[in-house]
Write a protein that binds this ligand. Structure first.
Ligand code: NAD
Length: 298
């Protein structure tokens, strides 16, 4: 049985690791939050006392951490995992991080003979739970071939975006579009509701018309329009607004490096930073709806 170390059991990591257990992998789990480890241990994972302990005898390591600094701290430096893992270990780094951080981690892995992919995901917590995530993958095609069975236990679409870091570039582009769609949808929902439309009726009209998009399909920001969305659960769970602010910052940095103009990305970043300043950073990113509800008579 393939033994996998899973590090980072948050909103995404926990359901992803659960799917590996369901697929028959032996999972050795670590998170800084003990209750997350306990939860997965109750479902058959081996609890670990540290990230390094989780990697003992593991053929593969998966990490699902918040941001670049967590990933660099985990892998780089003398006490980082890459200095300790045996040659030939497969590492799947699934967090959304700066392409530059991904390059640093790729470089350190290559120096140690460790095969690594940057493999950020899309599909949200629902996709993580259902095992239908999209993986955007950067690295060697041969490494992807080795990783394929593990990735397919957690996801449905595997895209080889290109060489080292290409997965992260694809991910920041995707999240720029997602944020703009979310903000535009929230704006339109508030406008329609303030002018007397039933939010459910408006959502269905737009969903089936030329304004239709992923947010209208699965993630409507207006509370009560769709069941089981974060907006219908007080904006809890899902994808935290502060993580969206991080990803929009990465998109702006990437655009600066390549000399691209991304005005809508800049505006989206401004609005997500505003939400964080308002103390809403831990809420789902659809909480942007609350910026636009003024004038709503409901
Ligand atoms: P989260 O904050 O819920 O989970 C991160 C987990 O990592 C936490 O449980 C935290 O305790 C743990 N952690 C932090 N540092 C650690 C360390 N050094 N060792 C072990 N554990 C550590 O975040 P999330 O929503 O699960 O997102 C994880 C990543 O996936 C982020 O990069 C995010 O941008 C990306 N992402 C999230 C979603 C989503 O819908 N939530 C979707 C796609 C991509």
């Amino acid at each position: 049985m393939t033994r996998i170390a899973f590090i980072g059991l948050g909103h995404m990591g926990l359901p992803m690791a659960r799917n590996l257990l369901k697929a028959g992998y032996a999972v050795q789990a670590f998170d800084l939050v003990q209750s997350a480890i306990d939860q997965l241990a109750g479902e058959g994972a081996q609890p670990a006392a540290s990230a390094l302990a989780a990697t003992r005898n593991a053929e593969a390591v998966i990490s699902m951490l918040p941001a670049s600094r967590h990933v660099e701290e985990l892998y780089l430096g003398e006490s980082g995992l890459l200095a300790q893992l045996p040659t030939g270990t497969l590492v799947l780094e699934c967090s959304t991080i700066a392409p530059e951080s991904a390059w640093r981690v790729h470089q350190a892995a290559a120096q140690r003979g460790i095969e690594l992919l940057d493999a950020p995901v899309s599909g949200g917590t629902a996709g993580a739970a259902a095992g239908t995530l999209t993986f955007m993958i950067g690295g060697q095609a041969e490494t992807l071939d080795k990783a394929r069975p593990i990735l397919t236990a957690m996801g449905k679409n595997l895209f080889h975006a290109g060489g080292d870091g290409a997965g992260q570039i694809a991910k920041v582009c995707n999240n720029l579009v997602l944020a703009v769609q979310m903000i535009g949808t929230a704006e339109a929902m508030a406008l329609g509701a303030a002018n007397g439309l039933d939010p459910k009726v408006l959502a269905e009209i737009m969903r089936q018309s030329s304004g239709g998009n992923w947010v209208l399909e699965r993630y409507n920001p207006w509370p009560g329009v769709q069941e089981n969305t974060p907006s219908s659960k007080g904006y809890s769970g899902g994808f935290m607004a502060e993580l969206m602010a991080k990803d929009l910052g990465l998109a702006q940095e990437t655009a600066q490096h390549s000399g691209n103009s991304t005005p809508l990305g800049a505006l989206a970043l401004h609005l997500y930073r505003l939400l964080v300043q308002q103390g809403l950073g831990k809420q789902d990113f659809s909480v942007v709806q609350t910026l636009f509800r003024q004038g709503d008579s409901s």
